[in-house]
Design a protein around this ligand. Structure first.
Ligand code: GLU
Length: 498
């Protein structure tokens, strides 16, 4: 970081409000935030909304709400503009316009009137000739006067146009990437003169991003790998205005751990939006902890970190060059670790919300007594719960909507067909009825007596008793479960079998 010591560290997260907060965006935001907080710099949010056709109504709000939920904060944004505002590109047109005009005046950009049909035909011919698609300069072989006359005529006719940047020929654009090291890309690979202002008058991303990063005094740009190919275009604009470019860092791809393929928003095997995890009851601390390990690693083996620790240990030199694997199991594990150490009242609240949301319990019926009971029920299952929504399928069939004896799976029915099962259940009923108090200890004691009296043990003993009482072949401690189910319900469940 020697080269940046004199410059104030200012980084940004610059979402396009074209969708909700995606795991990849959240990671970009998080690394920028950590970088800023670690180096005591500033972290700003800028909304890149110039592609009006792709913006969605609550895109900006969703992005910011979910970032705040994850625990990030920012120094400047549309809602709290600093001296560099406005922070929405659509509100900065008066800043871009004169700069585009300046490029036009200096002959570094020009009005381009090619129609989309012409461009498509050009492209088709190039593909047929096995050439990489590129824009062909439409004024080649025309004198300045001819160009001026052509443009005046087209403008008089009111033909739509875009403004294109005149790409220097065969020129290398190089930078020292924080993540990837030295990169050099030749101007011949960018596809020809590219659009800096669209037909609707909006600047394109590659133009606006440079103007904003420069004017907002952004010192470092940490962003996704998919922007590497945009960087030479952006460097052209820095060069055209004689501005110093920020330091770039392009973070590695995120791949689906199962398929090894780039994680795409269309991949439905992985939940990819922060709010999906939020509604499943994941803890924000856990998600943040998981995301930071996607393409970054701390020194040592430890993997569970809170925000404060991360700010302290964050080191941009440890951003990984190889793709980050999105591993769902790991996310569950991280969340489980966080749930175990979290404030249990808070976790319990989240669990209750899940039960209410899935209509397993009616909030109107949640008396203090019922809450106490639910708390005990959930405690019995908590070891197997990675995120709170998992509680619903665990407790619903046993405590709320038990399937009829006839509806249990075939594998369970097989256990119930054993010779001695009927006697075992009858004996169990007898013992339950005689218990002075119906507790987990008394239940386990009774089961041990059945084991001795009937000389049956292991799964042949436990499975029929568990299936008869809970309709399930596996589960947590049977004594505790039955105590919570209560004597009457337990007896009724067994009798249904008999
Ligand atoms: N709006 C761009 C995006 O969402 C930002 C890219 C950048 O950081 O320069 O991908």
């Amino acid at each position: 970081m020697a080269e940046t010591t004199e410059k104030k560290i200012r980084v940004r997260y610059a979402p396009s409000p074209t969708g909700h907060l995606h795991i990849g965006n959240a990671r970009t935001a998080l690394f920028n935030w950590l970088f800023a907080r670690h180096h005591k710099g500033e972290f700003i949010i800028r909304i890149e909304d110039t592609d009006q056709t792709r913006n969605i109504a609550d895109g900006e709000k969703s992005q910011l709400d979910n970032l705040a939920w994850l625990g990030l904060d920012w120094d400047e944004s549309p809602a709290n503009p600093g001296k560099y505002g406005p922070y929405r590109q659509s509100e900065r047109l008066s800043i871009y316009k004169p700069l585009i005009q300046d490029l036009l005046d200096r002959g570094l950009a020009y009005r381009s009137f090619k129609t989309s049909e012409e461009l498509a035909a050009e492209r088709e011919a190039q593909v047929a000739a096995k050439e990489a698609p590129h824009y062909v300069y439409e004024y080649a072989d025309m004198s300045d006067e001819e160009i001026a006359a052509f443009q005046a005529d087209a403008e008089a006719k009111g033909l739509p146009y875009v403004v294109r940047f005149r790409v220097p020929e065969d020129k290398d654009y190089a930078w020292d990437d924080i993540v990837k090291g030295k990169i050099s890309i030749n101007s011949s690979t960018v596809g020809g003169d590219w659009v800096i202002q669209k037909a609707d008058g909006m600047p394109t991303y590659n133009f606006a991003v440079v103007v904003d990063d420069h004017m907002m005094e952004i010192s470092h740009v940490l962003r996704g790998d998919d922007h590497v190919s945009n960087t030479p275009k952006q460097l052209m604009i820095y060069e055209a205005f004689g501005w110093e470019a920020p330091i770039f860092g392009h973070m590695t791809l995120i791949i689906n751990g199962d398929t090894g393929k780039k994680l795409s928003k269309r991949d439905e095997t992985v939940l990819q939006f922060i709010e999906q995890y939020r509604s499943l009851g994941y803890l924000p601390e856990a998600l943040l902890n998981f995301i930071v390990l996607l393409g970054w690693s701390p020194v040592g083996e430890k993997e569970i970190f809170n925000k404060k620790q991360l700010v302290k240990i964050f080191d941009e030199n440890r951003l990984s060059k190889s793709p980050a694997k999105f591993d769902n199991k790991k996310l569950e594990w991280v969340n489980n670790q966080w749930i175990k150490t979290a404030d249990q009242n808070m976790v319990f609240d989240k669990l209750i919300k899940q039960l209410v949301y899935s209509k397993v319990v009616d909030p109107a019926e949640l008396t203090a007594e019922k809450m106490q009971w639910l708390r005990s029920v959930m405690n019995v299952y908590m070891d197997g719960v990675s995120y709170t929504a998992q509680i619903v399928p665990l407790i619903k069939p046993v405590f709320f909507e038990m399937p009829a004896a006839a509806d249990i799976p075939d594998s369970a029915k097989e256990w119930m067909n054993g010779d001695n099962v009927k006697d075992m259940l009858t004996l169990f009923i007898d013992k339950i009825e005689k218990m002075p108090i119906f507790t987990a200890t008394a239940v386990l004691h009774a089961i041990r007596e059945i084991q001795n009296e009937m000389d049956v043990k292991g799964r042949a003993l436990w499975n029929p008793l568990r299936i008869a009482t809970t309709r399930e072949e596996q589960g947590p401690n049977l004594g505790e479960l039955l105590e919570l189910l209560g004597r009457e319900q337990t007896l009724a469940n067994i009798r249904e079998f008999l």
